[in-house]
Design a protein around this ligand. Structure first.
Ligand code: ADP
Length: 481
């Protein structure tokens, strides 16, 4: 137990987690790493998970539907179609998402989307407020809910409230392009603790707070708008041990047999992503083309298996990328395919986690080349799924948050097709001993910084913000200062 918890008498406060979507424990495996990590914490100390139900209804109830799942209480609200269009599809995914991923060219600035986003945040906060208890630790997740703490404070909430941003924090020039950046930055100062994926994200937040708002810095704390908060990096991890076990489960083995080609020299390169313009999939296909151009020994031997299910299919930019990919894959396959081989196999649907684990393990190379990514959990899953005695090689974009931790991967720029092609060729011929050494180093890091360590370090830091005898940074007293 951390010193802060001991100091607080060993009593863990109730955890209230808030995220855009609430995932029922039954479907948690499909909900991905965040769902699993949150549910573990909620199970351990009992708690409430609050957010959107995932349902659209004509006249959404203003009170949340509450369900019990063992020690966990799930409280959810439906959204109306108009709310979903403005808050989720609109401001969150057509403005904040591209802007925070440095795609200013794709950001849509629509005042109605912003108003809808603020309204939904206030409505959700108003519905959560009566369910809160005085000693709760409240943990808000991600860019859909930036102003959530401010909306809770408007209801006079005095609990300690932490926020974790799963996506990158942008450079100040990018953030300030947003017409509402002042309000949004101010609203962040209603939190006690801001968690980011990497030190670079923390630094960009601090730069922005200093340059734009004259913030004062002291250690990890940042003071502006008359409020003080703590801003720190908490790189998110996966449950690496569990994922490694998954990779040897019967379902994973079946998938392994289907993907692994036992003929010498045959190499499967795997890419697994949501179909999103930040993931660099067209650039990856172009790197594959460069590999085929530069290294003729790859012909008939090397295949890129790209699994990319459609996501956010109602957003126009996501429809465009799907067409673009089909065109590039068709072009490359048309140029190089042989009667019994094609260089790119592209699957446009989701797969189960066991299946994925088996595919990772069967693939000699994991190719993870986002143009920008908060962390990228696929890179971590790929490593965890490998056979330590004969592991594959991870080729990783320097622009994924994961690259700051996973130094033993082959690190590339996704914009440099030649460099990616050369890294793939190096990976193909990497000696067993080097593969083992790199894998062992990566796996050690994954086990040390797993999902449990991420969650506990964040909650400990939040607890420290409120340990008895210490002034809480964003308490009403500090706010009035
Ligand atoms: P993001 O959160 O931007 O989608 P991450 O790489 O951090 O990117 O996390 C993606 C998660 O979604 C991983 O847990 C991964 O296993 C899962 N995932 C991605 N593609 C698929 C797919 N085709 N089928 C099933 N799960 C997928």
């Amino acid at each position: 137990m951390s010193p802060a918890l001991r100091k607080a008498g060993g009593q863990r406060p109730r955890l209230v987690a808030v995220s855009n979507r609430v995932v029922h424990p039954r479907g948690a495996a499909r909900g991905g790493g965040l769902a699993v990590a949150l549910l573990d914490a909620l199970r351990e100390r009992g708690g409430l998970w609050f957010g959107w139900s995932g349902q659209i209804s004509d006249q959404p109830d203003s009170r949340p539907a509450v369900a019990e799942a063992g020690p966990i209480r799930l409280a959810t609200l439906d959204l109306s179609q108009a709310e979903h269009d403005a808050y989720y599809n609109g401001f969150a995914n057509r403005c904040l998402w591209p802007l925070f991923h440095l795609r200013l060219d794709l950001a849509a600035f629509d005042p109605q989307h912003y108003d809808g986003y603020m309204r939904v945040n206030r409505r959700l906060a108003g519905a959560l407020w009566p369910l809160l208890q005085d000693e709760d630790q409240v943990w808000i997740h991600d860019y859909h809910l930036l102003p959530f703490a401010e909306a809770l404070r408007e209801q006079r909430a005095r609990q300690q409230i932490g926020f974790f941003l799963h996506i990158p924090f942008p450079v100040p020039e990018m953030l300030t392009a947003l017409p509402h950046y002042r309000e949004l930055m101010r609203s962040l100062f209603s939190y006690d603790l801001l968690g980011f994926q990497t030190e670079d994200d923390v630094q960009r937040f601090r730069d922005c707070a200093v340059r734009e708002f004259g913030a004062q810095l002291r250690g990890d704390s940042v003071t502006a708008f008359g409020r003080r908060l703590v801003a720190k990096a908490f790189p998110i991890g996966i449950d690496a041990r569990e994922f490694a076990q998954l990779a040897t489960s019967p379902a994973a083995r079946l998938e392994f047999q289907r993907v692994r080609d036992p003929r010498p020299g045959r190499t499967v390169i795997v890419g697994v992503d949501r179909l999103d313009y930040t993931k660099g999939i067209p650039e990856r296909f172009q790197a594959m083309e460069r590999l085929l151009e530069r290294y003729p020994d790859t012909h008939g031997q090397v295949e890129l298996l790209q699994i990319a299910p459609t996501s956010r299919g109602e957003v126009p930019e996501y429809m465009a990328i799907r067409e673009q990919l089909e065109r590039i894959a068709g072009h490359i396959n048309g140029l190089y395919a042989q009667l019994d081989w094609a260089p790119i196999r592209y699957i446009n649907r989701p797969l189960g986690r066991r299946q994925l684990a088996g595919i990772y393990r069967a693939s000699r190379i994991g190719l993870v080349t986002p143009l920008r990514d908060g962390m990228n959990l696929v890179a971590k899953e790929y490593v965890a799924a490998q056979d330590p005695a004969d592991p594959g090689v991870l080729v990783l974009s320097r622009f994924a948050g994961a690259a700051q931790q996973m130094r033993a991967a082959l690190i590339v720029s996704p914009y440099d097709a030649t460099a990616v092609a050369d890294a793939l060729q190096t990976a193909r011929y990497m000696p067993l001993e080097e593969r083992r050494n790199r894998h062992a180093e990566l796996m050690q890091g994954l086990l040390r910084n797993d999902a449990g360590a991420w969650r506990e370090s964040f909650l400990d830091a939040l607890q420290r913000c409120s340990a008895p005898g210490e002034e809480s940074p964003a308490s009403p007293r500090a706010q009035a200062a």
